[in-house]
Design a binder for this molecule. Structure first.
Ligand code: GRF
Length: 201
């Protein structure tokens, strides 16, 4: 049976779209069981509906973190989700959520962690003056952009870069890296050695 993905997003949803495109093109063996947004206006929700996917808005405003996470986990369970993919989901997860989906929650970040966690990783990298940046796909724990790193992709930072041009170069890598990581994680051909994710050939 195909493994079932639950996508969590808050905005544009281009990483979600890339995953959906890769599934449709047969490059990833999985299915998207549900797309959940904490923001009703998220473009990603609209895209999901247009694609005929189950799209659910669970507004987070004013709710305690764990109360909210219990609602999200219930929705994920209802759709029998095996792997949770955060794709621009602008919230920290509670210890409860992380326990419920132990080593089964992924996130993508637009910088080479542990450098430049949090908001605007591309802007932070540019301001700091690094010559190389990129993206990181990692397992999620309850700390910000912190869990074990699965894959990183590097891109050069050019003298002429603006936040927009650097972000676009990183985003192109994100769109490939996320699918590659989902494939690896679903294959089960990896193990955790301390914080190190060891991918088996
Ligand atoms: C991406 O840059 C991702 O790395 C970060 O949030 C952004 C989401 O973009 N976590 P999109 O919604 O997938 O287009």
């Amino acid at each position: 049976m195909k493994k079932r993905l639950g996508i969590l997003l808050s905005g544009r949803g281009s990483n979600f779209e890339a995953i959906a495109d890769n599934i449709a093109a047969g490059r990833l063996e999985a299915e998207i069981a549900v797309v959940i947004s904490n923001r009703p206006e998220a473009r990603g929700l609209e895209i999901a509906r247009q694609r005929g996917l189950t799209a659910v808005c669970i507004p987070s405003k004013g709710l305690d973190r764990e109360v909210y996470d219990r609602m999200v986990v219930a929705e994920l369970r209802q759709h029998q989700v095996d792997l949770v993919c955060l794709a621009g989901f602008m919230r920290l997860l509670s210890a409860y959520f992380v326990r419920e989906y132990n080593l089964a929650i992924l996130n993508i970040h637009p910088a080479l962690l542990p450098s430049f966690p949090g908001l605007d990783g591309q802007h932070q990298a540019l301001e700091h003056g690094v010559k190389v940046s990129g993206c990181t796909v990692h397992f999620v724990d309850e700390y910000l952009d912190h869990g074990p790193i699965i894959v990183q992709r590097a891109v050069p930072v050019l003298e002429t870069d603006t936040v927009e041009t650097l972000s676009a170069r990183i985003l192109a890598e994100e769109h490939q890296a996320y699918t590659d990581v989902i494939r690896i994680v679903l294959s089960g051909k990896w193990r955790l050695d301390g914080r190190r994710v060891v991918i088996e050939p």
